[in-house]
Design a protein around this ligand. Sequence first.
Ligand code: FO1
Length: 320
Amino acid sequence: MKIAAVAGGVGAGKFLRGLIQIVSPTELTVIVNTGDDMEVHGLHVSPDLDSVTYWLAGVADRERGWGRADETFRATEQLREFHADGSWFGIGDLDLATHLFRTRLMAAGERLTGATAAIAERFGVEARLLPMTDYPVTTRVDAVDQAGDTLDLHFQEYWVKRGARDDVKGVRFVGAATASPAPGALEAIASAEAILLCPSNPIASIDPILAVPGFAAALAARRERVAGVSPIVGGAPLRGMADKLLPTAGVEVSAAGVAAYYAGRGLIGGWVIDETDTALEPRIEALGLRTLMTDTIMVDDEAAARVARVALALAVAGGS
Ligand code: FO1
């Protein structure tokens, strides 16, 4: 069965690691957010692509969520002693090898799509990983600091450098309007029997993908076969900062709020929610969505496989 998945970083990685316990990874194409990509120390860093790669390869740090297991940060510690620009971003020593390899490939003329495929292949990842686009697209956060000054921040400056302490006024995806989907991405959505929207941050991870012309229409054309997993459980994000960003788009921080956010754009036919959100089911069904409930907390691969099985069943139940 051909499957396409639309993904951010850590939540998506955990979920996809579960998915490949129950389907052949060779059937899977993952379209990944690159709005968080950043140049640090002259290197092209793609946090969400790397998170998905590491989770699928079984080398992710399960506690931290991002980066590699058994990681050290000696190079970053040295860079901090140098007071190097960008050294607030904690690049692990093993992770550094990925960025060096990617940057070299791209300097030699490879596009991000080709570099991503090469990295995935080196990690033994059998799923096809695609960046959302080969064009530069950057997620910028318009914020106000405690002194009342306005800030225009790269997403990683907002999240990592400043610890999400600023008041967010809006999020923009610079470059998205003139970008094109990576080769093969729209075709993967068009030909999949099931399309899964991973439990990722709707504003920071999924919206950048939807901002690239073509993706929203491709999903809408297959909406009955698109099932999403709520990243919000009991009114709080599974992890990350969705609770801070959703209100900026006028979205209620609940499984029903995020369902409405996607359904209002005609993007999904099914929505998986956590058992603790049972009371929200009538509201979600009133949006015209099929729902299924399970324990969506992905404590291990087995739990993630259970969530993936439910999402897959919901997508396939959407018919042709
Ligand atoms: N997240 C942090 O909270 N602090 C870091 O220093 C940090 C470094 C980092 C390096 C490489 C990488 O692939 C991810 C990294 N992340 C770090 C995670 C990242 O900022 C976010 O989790 C994602 O961009 C959100 O999807």
